[in-house]
Design a binder for this molecule. Structure first.
Ligand code: SF4
Length: 295
């Protein structure tokens, strides 16, 4: 089976074979001869289990990161929701909490699944697991959704490296959001067109997001960016499920993303030389970083 490099090819492969995105992705991987479908599903299950574990541990911990900059926001959000529910409802509440839980675990050097990167690790698990819990989605369907998300990430990575140093945060949290919206739309029973549109809408509306980590740590703004971009994924899925389409096709949006990444100043691509990283407060934190960091 030929590799699928573009969203258009993916759409046609699904249409011609009357298959879902995860089925086409599995067919391709199996055709490479290295792994059976069983082995691939087992690997996806391992990732899923690690995601669940990171959320569980993150929800219970208030341990600060080595810098001391973060680590207790998830706890604050949980306490807030004990008193008053989110204006967005139970699923969104859970999504935001889970995104923070995973992201904070990453800063504690806990085990997380980079999806696609460590800085954006909270987005896919939060959306996938919170929705699955609230709507009793089976493990098989969760794995199908995770494989769907993986295929979306893979297609974007065919065009550009998924790294803040190359494309800014649009290539990390933006792509994570596109992956999460695909997983969510798959679990909600969306068709192939709706899943592709959900990812496209998520990507299109995050173009140009800079990567400007304070003190060079994947911490500020990364941690809080995760709950924001997780909800962004839900918005994209909501629109796509209503058959609202991106007028700019998916592959052209990815092209625009790649171009935007190239046009972005190196000062805003993980170098910590501009944007939030060079604000007065960030500079002051940088000067005192030695007194914050616990070893
Ligand atoms: S701001 Fe940069 S380091 Fe932080 S998550 Fe985004 S791309 Fe990664």
């Amino acid at each position: 089976m030929d590799n699928i490099n573009t969203f258009r090819q993916l759409y046609l492969a699904c249409k011609e074979n009357n298959k879902r995105i995860y089925e086409v992705a599995l067919d391709y991987e199996v055709s490479q001869g290295e792994y059976s479908e069983y082995q691939i599903r087992l690997q996806a299950k391992k990732s899923l289990d690690a995601m669940v574990e990171a959320i569980k541990t993150g929800l219970k911990s208030t341990e600060l990161s080595p810098s001391g900059f973060s680590g207790n926001d998830c706890d604050k959000l949980q306490k807030r929701y004990e008193k008053s529910t989110s204006v967005l409802g139970c699923v969104a509440q859970k999504i935001m909490t889970y995104a923070l839980a995973t992201s904070e675990q990453n800063l504690r050097m806990g085990k997380i699944v980079a999806c696609p990167t460590a800085g954006s690790c909270g987005i896919v698990p939060a959306v996938l697991i919170a929705y699955a819990e609230e709507f009793n989605i089976s493990e098989t369907d969760m794995i199908n959704a995770l494989i769907t998300a993986g295929e979306i990430g893979k297609l974007v990575s065919e065009k550009m490296a998924l790294a803040g140093a190359v494309g800014g945060c649009q290539a990390e949290c933006g792509v994570a959001s596109a992956m999460a919206s695909a997983a969510l739309t798959q679990m909600r029973g969306g068709n192939v067109k709706q899943i592709i549109n959900a990812s496209t809408l998520a990507l299109k509306n995050i173009l140009g997001l800079t990567c400007d980590p304070v003190c060079g740590l994947v911490e500020i703004p990364c941690v809080k960016r995760n709950p924001f971009l997780a909800i962004h994924a839900v918005t994209a899925s909501e629109l796509a499920m209503a058959d609202i389409i991106s007028k700019i096709p998916a592959d052209e949006v990815v092209d625009a993303m790649e171009q935007t990444g190239k046009l972005m100043s190196p000062l805003l691509k993980e170098s910590s030389q501009g944007g939030l990283a060079k604000t007065k407060t960030a500079i002051s934190l940088e000067k005192n970083i030695g007194s914050f960091v616990k070893y």
